[in-house]
Design a protein around this ligand. Sequence first.
Ligand SMILES: Nc1ncnc2c1ncn2[C@@H]1O[C@H](COP(=O)(O)OP(=O)(O)O)[C@@H](O)[C@H]1O
Ligand SMILES: [Mg+2]
Length: 343
Amino acid sequence: MDKRVLLKVVDLKKYFSMDTGIFSKTKSYLKAVDGVSFEIRRGETFGLVGESGCGKSTTGRTILRLYNPTGGQILFDGEDLSGLDDKGLVPYRKKIQMIFQDPYASLNPRMTVSELLSEGLRTHNICTKEQEQGRIFELLEKVGLKRDHANRYPHEFSGGQRQRISIARALAVEPELVICDEPISALDVSIQAQVVNMLEDLQNEMGLTYLFIAHDLSMVKHISDRIGVMYLGMLMEVSESDELYEKPLHPYTQALLSAIPIPDPDVTRKNKRRILTGDVPSPIDPPEGCRFASRCPFASDKCKSETPVLEDVGNGHLVACHHWQAIATGERKANTPVTAVVV
Ligand SMILES: Nc1ncnc2c1ncn2[C@@H]1O[C@H](COP(=O)(O)OP(=O)(O)O)[C@@H](O)[C@H]1O
Ligand SMILES: [Mg+2]
C-alpha cells in the first residue's frame, strides 16, 4: 500500500442549526459531527462505524462538500476543500465519489443504465462521444453486469444489481476516493459478501481509496485496513482493523463487538456479552464531558465533566477514554452489572 495520505480530516465539525422559534434568543445546534480527525492513505480502506444517528453520513457528505463544514479542514491530496466554492470544487466532484445505502433512491428511475453512466462521462469529459458506448460496456462488465443491461431502467433490476449500477456510475468518472455509505446494509445477506468482494477487487484493480461506512463492526471487519469508531459526532477509537477486534480499548467499542452474533454455537465468547444500558443522548446541545458517559458502565465524575482527547496509545492505536488503561488491567470495575449470558 502507498504510504502517502490521500485524505486528512482535521477537527471536522458540522452543526445543523435548529429552528427554536422566533422568540427564542439562543440558537440550538445539532452537533452531527463535532471535531472528527482521521486520515486515509492511498489505496487504503478506512471503516467508519457507529450506531445510527452518530454522524457517519454527515461526515461523508461534508467531506464531499454536499454540506458546508462548520469548522475544520478537509485536506485532499494536500488541498483544503473546506473553503472552496463551487468552481474550486469542480475537479474534486470527479476525484471523490459516493455510493449510497439505497441504490433505488440514488438512481433516477427515468434514466436507462446507459444514460445514468454516460452522465458523469460527459460532465467530466472522460471520453469522446465515439468511445462512450465502449466505455459503458466496459463499466458494466467490471461490476458483473451484461452489455444488454445498458438499455434497461433501474426498476428492472434486483437490489444487488442496482447497487452494482451505482458502483459503475461512481467509478465511471475514474475517482480516487470513494465514500461507500452503508453500501450493503439494504441488501440481502446472501448478496452482501458478493458486493463487498467486488468492491475489494475493483479497489485493487483501479487503485481506489475507500471510506467505508457501516453501522456495525461485523460488516467492516473484512474490508477495512483501519477502523474509526464513532459515537454522537465524535471518534472514540481508531485502530488497525485486526488490533481493534483483538484488543478493543474503548468501552463503547467493546460493547459494539460483544453485540456481534457468533454464528457457531460451539464457540464460546471470550468476553461475556455486554449490554448497553441507557439512551443515546440527543446530539442537540450535547453536555460537556465524554459523550458516552451516560451509557458507560465505567464512567466516573471526571467523564461527565472533561471531554477525553483522542490520543495515540501506541502503534497508531488511538482512544478517547480517561480510564482505558485501568479498564484494560481490570483495576477499574464496572459501576453497574453489564454482562448478560449470551443466548
Ligand atoms: N440535513 C440535516 N438537518 C438536520 N439534522 C440532520 C441532517 N442530516 C442529519 N441530521 C442529524 O444529524 C445526526 C447524524 O445523522 P447522520 O449523519 O445521518 O447519522 P448516521 O449516518 O451515523 O446514521 C442525526 O441526529 C440526524 O438526525
Ligand atoms: Mg447514515
